[in-house]
Design a protein around this ligand. Structure first.
Ligand SMILES: [Zn+2]
Length: 298
């Protein structure tokens, strides 16, 4: 049995899968905003899943950050109380077994590559387009994290081929201007709509208005699709994955995969673009399922 834990900013979700990927049990709790309570909550969830199934499981945990391989300490987490903590070692001691940790975007990509929309593909780029913009790479069924643990982190590259009115671009929290995340995240799309139209609308409402034929919303949506296509074209130009799986809230925009794919030939350095662009299969469960697959089915 594989247990996956998705340690999110608002909730911790845990799932137990059998070797075929069937869900045996699932539990969730609100995320405590303190370190000791967080590891205690993860231990309690694992204990509950093992009591519910009557089995002992392997444990993988997806985190909103990374673990430095030399020190085992958490870095780059947007849940500040995790930063600098030996999360893997502490969980291993509590749970009496080795625990694997990975970035949540890498878990998303691993889930979709294992038994989701990218099952069977050799090189997978999994994209998170939500509150933030992240990504993960899976090669031959294994997550690829890179020397600096930033493989696939495309959100803080600059928007490619910017139009004059896209320079220097919005200020980003990372300290630079015009980052991809500052153009195509959920909040960024709403900010773009407000800059151009003066209307303050949430992104889901903008998308709904575009489906109803509203001209301003259609224009905002077209800018979002065009910027996403330009940004993904640079991923294809470097990594050349077999498939790109879209995840996060904006992957629910109707027809987004086909609309992005239609624009790629203008930007990809190839006379043909054979990369598949698809929506995810497991939706909100991808993070927790990918954490479970950090240990292969036995
Ligand atoms: Zn940035």
């Amino acid at each position: 049995m594989q247990i996956g834990v998705d340690l999110g900013g608002t909730k911790i979700e845990a799932i137990a899968l059998d070797a075929t990927g069937r869900e045996l049990a699932r539990r969730r709790v609100a995320t405590p905003r303190a370190y000791a309570a967080t590891i205690a909550a993860i231990e309690a969830l694992v204990t509950q899943l093992e009591a519910a199934t009557g089995q002992r499981g392997t444990v993988g945990v997806g985190i909103p950050g990374n673990v430095m391989p030399d020190t085992g300490l958490v870095k780059n987490a947007n849940s500040a109380w995790l930063i600098g903590q030996p999360l893997g070692a502490d969980l291993a001691a509590l749970l009496q077994r080795e625990v694997r940790l990975a970035n949540d975007a890498n878990c998303f990509a691993l889930s979709e590559a294992t038994d989701g929309a990218a099952a069977g593909a050799d090189v997978v780029f999994g994209v998170i387009m939500g509150t933030g913009v992240g990504g993960g790479i899976v090669v031959h069924g294994r997550g690829f994290s890179g020397r600096n643990l930033i493989a696939g982190e495309w959100g803080h590259n600059p928007l490619p081929w910017p139009h004059p009115d896209e320079m220097p671009g919005p200020a980003c929290y990372c300290g630079k201007h015009g980052c991809i995340e500052s153009w195509i995240s959920g909040p960024a799309v709403a900010a773009d709509h407000q800059r151009v139209t003066g209307q303050a609308l949430a992104t889901p409402d903008i998308i709904a208005a575009s489906e109803a034929g509203d001209d301003h919303a259609l224009a905002t949506r077209a800018r979002f699709i065009g910027r996403s296509a330009r940004s993904l074209a640079t991923i294809i130009n470097v990594l050349d994955p077999d498939i790109i799986v879209l995840g996060g809230g904006l992957s629910n925009v109707p027809r987004i995969a086909d609309d992005i794919a239609a624009q790629l030939p203008a930007w990809v350095f190839s006379d043909r673009v054979q990369t598949s662009i698809v929506r995810n299969r497991h939706g909100d469960s991808s993070g927790v399922r990918g954490a479970a697959w950090l240990w292969p089915a036995s």
